[in-house]
Design a protein around this ligand. Structure first.
Ligand SMILES: *[C@@H]1O[C@H](CO)[C@@H](O)[C@H](O)[C@H]1NC(C)=O
Ligand SMILES: *[C@@H]1O[C@H](CO)[C@@H](O)[C@H](O)[C@H]1NC(C)=O
Ligand SMILES: *[C@@H]1O[C@H](CO)[C@@H](O)[C@H](O)[C@H]1NC(C)=O
Ligand SMILES: *[C@@H]1O[C@H](CO)[C@@H](O)[C@H](O)[C@H]1NC(C)=O
Ligand SMILES: *[C@@H]1O[C@H](CO)[C@@H](O)[C@H](O)[C@H]1NC(C)=O
Length: 437
C-alpha cells in the first residue's frame, strides 16, 4: 500500500487541480533558495533579477506587482529593503565617471539591455534617500545611455546589444520595467509610453504567428535564435506584467487604459501559446515546441509566477490550473519520498511540504532548482542557475500573494472537497493498480 500512496501522491502533486494548496515551500526552504541566489548572482541581469525577486518576497510595496502604489513612501526605506539597497550600492559604487558621456550601470557588459535591469533598484535607493552614492545621477545616466547611445531598429526598438542591433526576448524583462518606473517617478508620460512601445515593438518582431504566438528568442544581428526558448517567453510575459503593474498602480493609470489592455492580452497570448505545449511532467522543454530539448524548470517557474500575477492584476484565470500543475510539480516531493508526507498532504489542504530539501523532486540538497538551462548558454542544460533561483522566489511570492487574496479564480468548492476527492482518487487508483497487477 505504500506504493499506492506514493502513486496517489504523484497524481495529486502533478496532475490534479485538487492539490491547489499543497506543495508550498517552507520558510527554511525559501531561505536556502535565497541564499543560493545571493551566492550565485554575479552578472548584470542576475543582479537585477535578484533585486526584483527580493522586492517581491520582502518588500511588496516596492515591487509594482503587489501593493497599492508604484511610488511608495519616499523616506525611511524599510529594513526589508536592505539587500536590494545593497545591490544598488555595490553597483553604483563601482562606477567611475571618467567619461563625458552617459554610461550604463555596469560598463563593458556587451549587452545594452541587461545593466538596465538594475535600474529599478538604483531608483529605489534614490527614492528612499540613500546617501554616499549618486543614485539619481547613475539612474539618469543609464536612462540617457539607453535612449541616446544604444542602436535601434528603424522603427525604434532599442537593441539588446551595444555593438549592433539585435533583439532578444530577454530585453522585455530588463528594460521596459525600468523605463516605466523611471517615467512614473519623474512624472514623464512619454517615458511611460516608451516602456509600452518597446514591449509592442519587441512583440511585433519576435512573436511567431506560425507557432501559435510563441516568441522567438533572438532576431537581427550576426546570429539568430529563432527557436521558441521557454525562458525567453517567460521573460517577456513577466516583463510586460511589471510594466502593467507600474502603470496600474500609478496616478497615470487612467491615461493608459488601452495600453494596459494590450499588455494583458499580450501576456495572455504567451500563456495560451506556451501552455498548449505543457508536457505531462508539467515542466516545459527548454525550447517549448522542440521534442529533442531537455526539460527546464527555470523557464517553467517564471512562467507559472506570471500566471498568478496576471490573475491578481487582471482577473485572467485561464491558465491557473496549468500553473498549479507546474507549481505543485516544481515544489513537490520526489516520488521516492515517504508515504507519511503523502497522507499529510492529502488529509489537510492547508498543510505545507515540510520535507527536507533532499526529498524535493526539483531541488538538490542545497536548494538549487533542477533541471535547468545553463544561464550562460541557452541551448545547453546547466547545473546551477542564479536566475532560476530568482524565479523560484518570484513563484513562491506570487503564489503567496494569490492565496492571501483568497485564491481568485480557483474553484473554492473543489478546494474544500479536495481531501475527500483525493481519497476517492486513491481508492480508484488502488483498484486500477490491483487490476493491472
Ligand atoms: C565591483 O568591482 C569589483 C572589482 O572590479 C568586482 O569584483 C565586483 O564584481 C563589482 N561589483 C559589481 C556589483 O559590479
Ligand atoms: C533622485 O532624488 C532626488 C531627490 O529627491 C530627486 O530630485 C531626483 O529627481 C531623483 N532622481 C531620479 C532619477 O529619480
Ligand atoms: C557622469 O558624467 C557626466 C558628464 O559629466 C554627467 O552628465 C553625469 O551626471 C555623471 N554621472 C554621475 C553618476 O555622476
Ligand atoms: C521625458 O522622457 C523623454 C524620453 O521618453 C525625454 O526625451 C524627455 O526629455 C523627458 N522629459 C522630461 C521633462 O524630462
Ligand atoms: C519530433 O518532431 C518532429 C516534427 O514534428 C517529428 O517529425 C519527429 O518524428 C519527432 N521526433 C520524435 C523523437 O518524437
Amino acid at each position: 500500500m505504500a506504493r499506492v500512496s506514493a502513486i496517489a501522491l504523484a497524481l495529486c502533486a502533478t496532475t490534479s487541480p485538487l492539490a491547489a494548496h499543497a506543495q508550498k515551500l517552507s520558510d527554511s526552504q525559501v531561505d536556502g533558495v535565497v541564499q543560493r541566489l545571493a551566492e550565485g548572482a554575479t552578472h548584470s541581469w542576475e543582479l537585477g533579477t535578484r533585486a526584483q525577486a527580493l522586492l517581491e518576497l520582502n518588500s511588496p510595496a516596492y515591487s509594482v506587482l503587489t501593493a497599492n502604489a508604484a511610488v511608495p513612501p519616499s523616506s525611511n526605506g524599510p529594513v526589508s529593503l536592505s539587500d536590494v539597497l545593497g545591490i544598488a550600492k555595490s553597483v553604483v559604487a563601482n562606477l567611475t565617471n571618467t567619461s563625458t558621456v552617459a554610461q550604463p550601470l555596469i560598463s563593458g557588459d556587451g549587452a545594452a539591455g541587461d545593466p538596465a535591469s538594475l535600474g529599478v533598484a538604483v531608483l529605489i535607493a534614490n527614492l528612499t534617500g540613500q546617501t554616499g552614492e549618486d543614485y539619481g545621477g547613475a539612474a539618469a545616466d543609464q536612462l540617457q545611455y539607453l535612449l541616446e547611445k544604444v542602436p535601434r531598429t528603424s522603427d525604434g526598438a532599442i537593441s539588446h546589444r551595444v555593438s549592433q542591433v539585435q533583439l532578444w526576448s530577454d530585453f522585455v524583462y530588463m528594460v521596459p520595467p525600468f523605463l516605466a518606473y523611471y517615467g512614473v517617478l519623474s512624472r514623464n508620460e512619454s517615458l511611460i509610453q516608451e516602456a509600452y512601445v518597446q514591449c509592442q515593438l519587441y512583440r511585433q518582431y519576435l512573436r511567431d504567428d506560425a507557432a501559435g504566438g510563441l516568441w522567438k528568442h533572438i532576431l537581427l544581428g550576426d546570429f539568430n535564435d529563432a527557436g521558441h526558448w521557454s525562458t525567453g517567453n517567460a521573460w517577456a510575459a513577466a516583463g510586460m506584467l511589471r510594466v502593467l503593474g507600474t502603470i496600474q498602480r500609478s496616478s497615470y493609470a487612467k491615461d493608459f487604459t488601452a495600453q494596459q489592455s494590450s499588455l494583458v492580452s499580450w501576456v495572455s497570448e504567451i500563456h495560451d501559446a506556451m501552455y498548449a505545449h505543457l508536457p505531462s511532467s508539467a515542466l516545459f522543454n527548454n525550447y517549448v515546441d522542440a521534442n529533442n530539448s531537455f526539460a527546464d524548470a527555470s523557464g517553467t517557474t517564471l512562467l507559472a509566477a506570471s500566471v498568478y500575477r496576471l490573475a491578481l492584476m487582471a482577473g485572467v484565470h485561464t491558465h491557473l490550473p496549468n500553473a498549479e500543475k507546474s507549481r505543485t510539480a516544481l515544489f513537490g516531493p520526489s516520488s521516492g519520498s515517504s508515504s507519511s508526507s503523502a497522507s499529510s498532504s492529502s488529509s489537510s489542504s492547508s498543510s505545507s511540504t515540510t520535507a527536507p530539501p533532499s526529498s524535493l523532486a526539483h531541488f538538490d540538497g542545497d536548494m538549487w532548482l533542477t533541471p535547468v538551462v545553463n544561464p550562460n548558454s541557452f541551448g545547453d542544460e546547466g547545473s546551477q542557475s542564479p536566475e532560476g533561483q530568482a524565479f523560484v522566489v518570484e513563484l513562491h511570492s506570487a503564489y503567496r500573494d494569490w492565496v492571501a487574496a483568497g485564491s481568485p479564480g480557483a474553484n473554492a468548492a473543489t478546494a474544500r472537497r479536495a481531501p475527500a476527492l483525493a481519497a476517492v482518487a486513491a481508492v480508484v487508483l488502488a483498484m486500477a493498480v490491483g487490476l493491472i497487477h
